[in-house]
Design a protein around this ligand. Structure first.
Ligand code: TXA
Ligand code: MG
Length: 307
């Protein structure tokens, strides 16, 4: 069910869960004021209760009401990347944020999104918590149709068209005197250099700084086989790039041009979802591309989708 901006705001203010667009992926939103609605999000997604949610704000000044601790370079990071696809995990005064939004952690994740509709909505509703609007484990939703596929045609959706980035926000966490990337995303590792003077390290999984990294993610039903070498294939389905060539007998589903990684990011989840829609059981994925910039995030998503 498609809603107007005012309808979406009214439902959220009454404690309902509504799917909303952001510039990264669609989110399943609830007001931070309704603990029951936050619980409902976990239920709807089938999300483990120890996986916290991101709090979305319209304005930086709201952060001060949560008594956050601002790590070094906080101002520079927010100045450079907000509104936009950056999430910061910050130590907070625990009493200021419902425990189920942060899965009981002494920190909370915040971001100011840049999609004009979600900013207008946040101005009407106040802070919203939202995970990506997909069933837990599935590829994220980057269009209203994706949300409908997972939650049904009757689910309330604020339609903001297709998401511009198509990849989730990059999540940073400050630990041991430096910022670390705890989830790769729409802002590449190298993009932080001009602000921080270093490339934040990508945190490994040995110590869990971001609970979401523990779980199966982004995976279609179809079996994905990642490969650097596809020239020997015959009559297979290949997920590849429109500016590369593949064996003639194969059916190629294109992620866009590898020379334009933003295009690949934008299409990634649509393509993964399309495999299941078309009932394709197995696909080979071309991963013969450099691990830099946004392509590093894309490679990580493909690896996790194939697990
Ligand atoms: O682009 C995005 O970030 C999208 C849109 C809707 O804003 N949201 C999104 O939410 O991707 P979700 O729930 O799919 O992923 C949020 C990630 C999870 O991996 C979670 O573990 C992590 O953020 N997270 C949230 N709060 C955290 C905290 N306090 N400490 C560490 N990780 C946290
Ligand atoms: Mg998600």
């Amino acid at each position: 069910m498609r809603l107007s901006l005012n309808q979406a705001a009214d439902l959220l203010k009454q404690g309902y869960v509504v799917a909303v667009p952001t510039e990264t992926v669609y989110g399943l939103a609830a007001s931070l004021n309704y603990q029951k609605s936050i619980e409902k999000i976990y239920e709807l997604k089938g999300r483990p209760s120890n996986n916290p949610l991101i709090i979305h704000l319209s304005d930086l000044s709201i952060l001060d009401s949560y008594e956050i601790t601002k790590p070094p370079f906080f101002e520079q990071l927010t100045e450079a990347f907000w509104p936009g696809p950056l999430t910061l995990v910050l130590p907070i005064n625990e009493e200021s944020i419902p425990s189920n939004a942060r899965a009981g952690l002494p920190t909370a994740a915040f971001r100011i999104p840049s999609h004009p509709l979600i900013l207008e909505l946040l101005n009407l509703t106040g802070p919203l918590v939202m995970p990506s609007a997909n069933l837990s484990g599935k590829p994220s939703a980057t269009s209203p149709e994706h949300v409908e596929n997972d939650f049904g045609l009757e689910f309330p959706i604020l339609d903001g068209g297709a998401c511009r980035h198509g990849l989730e926000s990059t999540i940073l966490y400050y630990e041991e005197n430096s910022w670390k990337i705890v989830r790769q995303g729409a802002i590449s590792q190298e993009s932080f250099y001009h602000v921080l003077g270093y490339n934040p390290l990508i945190a490994g999984t040995s110590k869990i700084l971001c609970p979401g990294q523990l779980y199966r993610h982004y995976a279609p039903q179809a079996k994905l086989i990642l490969s650097h070498q596809l020239s020997h294939l015959k009559n297979e389905v290949i997920i590849g790039f429109s500016d590369k060539s593949y064996p003639e007998s194969c059916r190629v589903i294109s992620l866009g041009r590898i020379s334009h990684p933003e295009e690949v990011g934008e299409n990634l989840y649509s393509v993964l979802r399309e495999l299941d829609r078309r009932g394709i059981e197995k696909a080979w994925v071309d991963i013969d591309f450099p691990r830099e910039g946004l392509l590093l995030t894309i490679a990580e998503r493909l690896e996790r989708a194939a697990k």
